[in-house]
Design a protein around this ligand. Structure first.
Ligand code: ATP
Ligand code: ZN
Ligand code: MG
Ligand code: MG
Length: 473
């Protein structure tokens, strides 16, 4: 739980850590904790209609969704659900002033919630908590926001292009046109989720080259790469060199950056494929790893510029319990695609118009408890025309949306030369050993209402992509 003394909070103990579209995160300078506060659009923050109770309920909902829905689906070991806390308003206001100058300008269209005092307290995942920490080298943490790892397989898909080019790659064109980014990312999620080491390393390399908001590196809890305008791979390699090559290492000259970054990519790939079991550490796995989802729909994305021979390397599976396999399984709960889901959403809408009181029985806005999870797990596979089927599919879709938006955190701690690492938790690139842990964060429930928006956005992205293809011909 949260060990802070909530009545003795001091803003000087906290510093800006990072933010996304919905929340701002501050980290404690000594304790390994973060606080995650919600943000609101600047224009309506002043007259926020929420009462403190409503705000706390909202935060509690997020924690419940993490704990009761995403944790069972993604695996106990990967999810830290955190705890809803009520902070002194004085503290929150001082904190808001303190962090303001650290915030990137592009994020300042929203302001931190300073009215409710509600937040989530979480372990700081950029700082490894368990295993032995080397005295000499602070932990490294790599954050990847992988996005959707499969091509839609639903028969409801109306545009053939959606079966060929993945959502992320199409969305890139749309984002560039709308000025969200200046340079195209060449990362393709289908490569990362392929289970083929070569393709995965390739995907990680492209994340490094153009991180956008999909890739970050922290050293000792501080952001050292990503989220910035300029991409400095040589500078990064310099910072990482001591982790992969001891001071008396043999690597010199202009090739060294490349070698260091390749080692990093290998380590990340190894962590993403590992199935470190919470059960019996130290017991090596025997035989072939159990297989995750079948590779249909992840064959490849035509937008990707992969060499044909890499693709001919055959079908690959992700190991069943690795973090990417868990995320992919949750993403694939979107089995109808938004085009097949939207009519069911409309069915729910009509039902609620007629019977508004059904909203709570059907758990449209939660509570996110075991009954909600049951609805997701026991949804009939065929449409029997019922409202239960429609709601089950809507709930499944929302969980999939959350899984398409989460981040993976890989925390690496170098083991000191004299310290012996635990046998099962080590990766060994060039004799440098790491202990590591893998977690998943940013698992907020996506609002039921956002489905209508998703439907419109999907056709916008696809139509834009088709038009830009035409204009190239
Ligand atoms: P998005 O726009 O991706 O939905 P968000 O607004 O929901 O983001 P988060 O992704 O949860 O916010 O948090 C923003 C950033 O803060 C993360 O990308 C990560 O770098 C950092 N962060 C969040 N939670 C933690 C944690 N428990 N430990 C360490 N860092 C964290
Ligand atoms: Zn793609
Ligand atoms: Mg995020
Ligand atoms: Mg989020």
């Amino acid at each position: 739980g949260c060990v802070m003394e909530l009545d003795k909070m001091d803003e000087n103990d906290w510093k800006y850590h990072g933010e996304g579209n919905k929340s701002l995160v501050v980290s404690h300078s000594q304790l390994s904790h973060v606080l995650r506060l919600l943000k609101y659009p600047a224009e309506n923050a002043e007259h926020s209609p929420q009462t403190t109770e409503q705000a706390f309920r909202h935060i509690q909902n997020i924690v419940d969704f993490n704990k009761n829905i995403m944790k069972p689906l993604l695996g106990e070991k990967y999810v830290h659900h955190g705890e809803a806390v009520k902070l002194p308003l004085d503290f929150v206001r001082q904190l808001s002033l303190k962090v303001q100058q650290e915030r990137p300008e592009s994020r300042c269209d929203k302001v931190m919630d300073t009215f409710s005092g509600c937040a989530v307290c979480l372990p700081n995942l950029t700082q490894i908590s368990s295993c032995h920490i080397s005295q000499h080298r602070p932990p490294l943490c790599i954050e990847i926001k992988p996005k959707c790892g499969f091509l839609p397989f639903s028969r409801h898909v109306s545009k053939e292009i959606k079966r060929k080019v993945c959502r992320f790659c199409m969305h890139q064109h749309f984002k560039l046109a709308n000025g969200k980014w200046k340079t195209m990312s060449r990362y393709c999620p289908l490569d990362l989720f392929s289970g083929n080491k070569q393709r995965m390393c390739f995907a990680i390399k492209r994340l490094l080259e153009e991180p956008q908001n999909n890739f970050k590196i922290f050293k000792n809890g501080e952001l050292i790469y990503g989220c910035k305008e300029d991409v400095d791979l040589n500078g990064l390699a310099q910072q990482l060199k001591p982790y992969f090559y001891p001071s008396n290492g043999l690597i010199h000259g202009h090739q060294s950056s490349k070698v260091v970054l390749n080692e990093l990519i290998q380590v990340i790939c190894g962590a993403l494929l590992s199935s470190w079991d919470s059960g019996r550490a130290g017991e090596p796995r025997k035989g072939e790893p159990r297989k995750g989802p079948a590779p249909e729909g992840r064959a490849h994305c035509e937008a990707g510029l992969l060499h044909r021979d890499m693709l001919r390397n055959g079908n690959h599976y992700l190991p069943k319990d690795c973090v990417l396999s868990k995320i992919l399984q949750a993403q694939m709960l979107d089995s109808l695609d938004i085009e097949g889901l939207y009519p069911l959403y409309k069915r729910v809408e009509r039902h609620l118009e007629e019977f508004p009181k059904e909203r709570s029985r059907l758990q449209i806005d939660g509570p996110y408890n075991e009954h909600f999870l049951e609805k997701i797990k026991n949804c009939p596979s065929e449409d029997d025309g019922s409202i239960e089927y429609a709601v089950g599919k809507v709930h499944q879709y929302r969980v999939a949306m959350t899984a398409k938006d989460c981040s993976v955190m890989i925390t690496l701690a170098p083991c000191g030369e004299d310290e012996l690492p635990e046998p099962n938790l080590e990766i060994q690139p060039s004799k440098r050993r790491f202990t590591y842990s893998v977690s998943i964060l940013d698992l907020d429930p996506k609002p039921y209402e956002s489905i209508a928006h998703q439907y419109k956005l999907d056709s916008k992205i696809v139509n834009y992509y088709l038009r830009s293809l035409q204009s190239k011909q």
